[in-house]
Design a protein around this ligand. Structure first.
Ligand code: SF4
Ligand SMILES: [Zn+2]
Length: 152
């Protein structure tokens, strides 16, 4: 294109994908409420057309970050989950972060679901059913503990 003589447009504005985020029309508190993690994950997985872009963005901005600086559900993963999955995340209070991404756990298990989400593989029906079952159990028997911890 020939030079038009106009000044380059450098105004800051949201990236295009941000205008399509499903969470824009949700209650922001939903993504910061531990009791509603499943509900927030559902918005990201089932309703958001830009989860891939969101995932890439949060991976880049949080990479190597301490556990305490990650909060809320983003791209269908809680702050704790993102910390566990980040190979560059530091040890936190003696607990190592790293969750092996090549683990043997089959679809339907919590680690398998996390791997799909972190590697942007999409969510298959078996893994989503597993998440729904865990959520049901957490809701009806909350004293037995929240979702299982990811293996080390
Ligand atoms: S994937 Fe990201 S942009 Fe989409 S709803 Fe979830 S947090 Fe919002
Ligand atoms: Zn799966």
């Amino acid at each position: 294109m020939p030079y038009s003589g106009s000044v380059p447009d450098t105004a800051a504005r949201p990236r295009d994908w941000m205008t399509r985020m499903a969470c824009r029309t949700e209650d922001p508190d939903l993504f910061f409420d531990h009791a509603r993690e499943h509900e927030a994950r559902l918005v990201c997985v089932a309703r958001c057309p830009v989860r891939s872009e969101c995932l890439a963005s949060v991976k880049a901005t949080e990479r190597g970050e301490h556990h305490e600086y990650r909060d809320g559900v983003v791209a269908a993963l809680t702050g704790h989950e993102r910390w566990r999955l980040d190979a560059d995340a530091p040890v936190y209070r003696g607990e190592p972060a790293h969750l092996p991404l090549a683990g043997p756990e089959p679809c339907g298990t919590y680690p398998a679901m996390l791997r799909h989400l972190w590697l942007d593989q999409g969510m298959d029906g078996v893994c989503w059913s597993g998440e729904v079952r865990r959520e049901y159990a957490n809701r009806h028997w909350p004293k037995k503990g929240r979702r299982p911890k990811a293996p080390r």
